[in-house]
Write a protein of this length. Structure first.
Length: 267
């Protein structure tokens, strides 16, 4: 017991702390400052309440019920797949002047010669201008003569825009045929009357009186007031750009120019 008392009375010698190196002390201080700074910022910022919607678990259907639900979807997918596989049939309407214009009444024209006014038995140059509104334009000439009859000779048709490129095909009729560039129509009503003069008939290619070359277009559609058309569709054409139409025309008549009419129609 005496020895224990002596031990307790002796002072306890504490070992001195080992000092950390200078770099570790600086590193520790920096980390501590950052932690304090973050805590201060968190205290300053207001807390945001995060509201979460409760997620309801959907009850999974049984296999049979699931198959029934999927059947309409599968049918719809099959129908769509079949529609993609089947070829699409397009209804293409073939151009016909007979369906575009009536054979009983003339449409509005941009130029007309009534009763042969200003015409001559020799060829004269006529010039008309118009502005197309589409990239496809149909130019139609209508001929009408008296029962006497008169004769329209038509040749060297030209159509140009600012580019100067010739847009009319077979405008001089030197191919010796109307088709395929020109389309005649309403020719069935040009029967003519044999008892008056030399009769008449629809327009056709002729070698009797060409302006230049070998062929021209000659028309003697009667009895009056019947008429026939000669048309050509120009495509492509620049819309909203001035077009200049030129052609040569002559009228041969016996007793007078009455009911010898000519029209230019743009559509």
């Amino acid at each position: 017991q005496a020895q224990q008392k002596q031990r307790l009375q002796q002072p306890v010698l504490r070992q001195p702390r080992r000092r950390q190196p200078r770099r570790q002390q600086l590193r520790h201080r920096q980390l501590r400052r950052r932690q304090l700074r973050r805590q201060q910022l968190r205290r300053q910022q207001p807390r945001r309440l995060q509201l979460r919607r409760p997620q309801l678990r959907r009850r999974q259907p049984r296999r049979r019920h699931q198959q029934r639900l999927q059947q309409p979807k599968l049918l719809q997918q099959r129908q769509q797949h079949q529609q993609h596989q089947q070829p699409v049939l397009l209804q293409v309407s073939h151009f016909s002047v007979d369906s575009l214009f009536s054979c009983s009444s003339l449409p509005t024209s941009i130029f007309s010669i009534i009763n042969g006014a200003g015409t001559s038995t020799t060829y004269q140059l006529y010039t008309n201008t118009f502005t197309p509104t589409s990239n496809v334009t149909t130019i139609t000439f209508a001929f009408q003569v008296d029962d006497n009859p008169g004769i329209w000779d038509f040749d060297d048709v030209s159509l140009k825009q600012s580019s100067g490129i010739e847009l009319m095909q077979n405008g001089d009729f030197e191919s010796g045929s109307i088709s395929p560039s020109w389309i005649p129509s309403c020719t069935a009503q040009c029967t003519g009357i044999s008892g008056q003069g030399s009769g008449g008939g629809p327009g056709s290619i002729s070698t009797v009186y060409p302006h230049g070359g070998t062929y021209n277009y000659r028309d003697r559609c009667n009895p009056e007031p019947k008429f026939d058309y000669l048309s050509q569709t120009i495509s492509p054409i620049v819309p909203n750009q001035l077009c200049t139409l030129k052609y040569y025309l002559a009228l041969t008549y016996v007793s007078g120019k009455t009911h010898n009419n000519f029209y230019v129609i743009i559509s």
